[in-house]
Design a protein around this ligand. Structure first.
Ligand code: GLY
Length: 371
């Protein structure tokens, strides 16, 4: 049950391989990409503890020399300090441009190691071996790499495509249920934005995906990657259609900002609530049938994801004006106007530029925000 999904980017094209048992076969996939038979694995400390030995052994079996750099687990590593530390360790290994970095972990590691690869000696190849559902279906594919600064998340970064992505479904077996739900928010987002049949399939089979039944999980990850690959191949630098992948993210970003970007509200949970709000806002504007907004809410709820402000961990409540202020600061906002991804129906999202703050404010108040 191994599927290979090409990302068609001409000279920078690469494959995303999805299936079980890929870590143990990583050497067979990665060795052909190497000029010097040498890699540095950059691993999240938790991932290194649980799966590091297996990945190193698989590469060594294929005759590849391996050094392992361990990065502390957690978003704090995605900082200028974390980048400086990682770059220094790569320099100490005297890695050169013919070598390859293997990013082994969730979204934090992929973003950090990918960005380090984009600037190390003016650019070195890297491979993504994502270990969370969210990273497998979203962040490892498409070449967005970045670090955070105190002024915001992912504000410093580069587009740097990996040479290969290996999404081993076996590693998801030990992922906490909350992390699975976070990744699932991104999976169902693909159905909402562009594939009504996939959405309907998830309505029926979402529980099997969350239970990690291999056949269902494999279909969900592969279909998500296929959709992302197709969109990225058409619009690598987010000049147009790639923006649709931000469905739920403008609302979600504002919710995350108010909840402190941490464990209280995780990114995938914010995206889930944000998608539900984007559909309800679309329905309020008369753009989308109410029934579609209700189905979206139901499908997210069934996965244990938040869909309403009341579901979110913020004691004093949310203020409409503060939420709108965060939306204006979102890095997707252009020239001070608000841009949203809205929907005409399930499976048909579109970019709405210059959204008027007045109906948005009314909407947030009907959602329970304070004026
Ligand atoms: N995560 C959205 C994108 O890669 O464009």
């Amino acid at each position: 049950m191994i599927r290979t999904i090409p990302v068609g980017l001409g000279a920078r094209a690469y494959d995303v391989v999805v299936g079980p048992g890929l870590i143990d076969r990583a050497g067979d996939h990665i060795a052909p990409l190497l000029r010097n038979r040498r890699t540095a694995i950059v691993a999240d400390s938790n991932v290194a503890e649980h799966h590091g030995e297996r990945l190193s052994a698989a590469l060594e079996r294929a005759g590849v020399a391996v050094d392992v750099i361990t990065v502390p687990a957690g978003e704090e590593s995605k900082s200028f300090e974390g980048l400086a530390d990682l770059s220094d360790q790569l320099l100490a290994l005297e890695l050169d441009r013919g070598d390859v970095i293997v990013a082994f972990g969730g979204g934090v590691i992929g973003d950090l190691a990918g960005f380090a690869a984009s600037i190390y000696k003016r650019g070195i190849d890297f491979v993504q071996v994502p270990t969370s559902l969210l990273a497998q279906v979203d962040s490892s594919v498409g070449g967005k790499t970045a670090i955070d600064t105190p002024r915001g998340k992912n504000l410093i970064g580069a587009f740097h495509q990996p040479r290969l992505v290996l999404a081993d479904l076996d590693v998801l077996a030990t992922l906490p249920a909350r992390e699975m739900a976070c990744g699932y928010a991104e999976v169902i987002k693909y159905g909402m934005l562009g594939d009504a049949d996939f959405f309907q399939w998830l309505e029926r089979n979402g529980a099997r995906v969350l239970e990690r039944e291999l056949e269902a999980l494999s279909h969900a990850v592969a279909r998500s990657v296929e959709m992302k690959a197709e969109i990225v191949a058409e619009d690598e630098k987010e000049q147009g259609r790639r923006a649709l992948l931000n469905l739920g993210h403008t609302f979600g970003h504002a919710l995350e900002a108010e909840c402190g970007f941490g464990e209280a509200l995780k990114h995938g949970e914010a995206v889930g609530a944000g998608c539900a709000m984007a559909f309800r806002f679309s329905a309020m504007l008369g753009l989308c049938p109410d029934i579609d907004a209700a189905r979206v809410e139901q499908a997210l709820k069934a996965a244990g994801l938040p869909t309403r402000l009341d579901d979110l961990p913020r004691g004093p409540g949310f203020r409409a004006d503060r939420l709108i202020a965060h939306m204006g600061q979102d890095k997707k906002a252009q020239g001070g106007t608000l841009t949203f991804i809205l929907a005409r129906r399930i499976g048909e999202a579109f970019t709405a530029k210059g959204v008027d703050p007045a109906p948005l404010r009314d909407f947030l108040i009907t959602e329970g925000a304070l004026p």
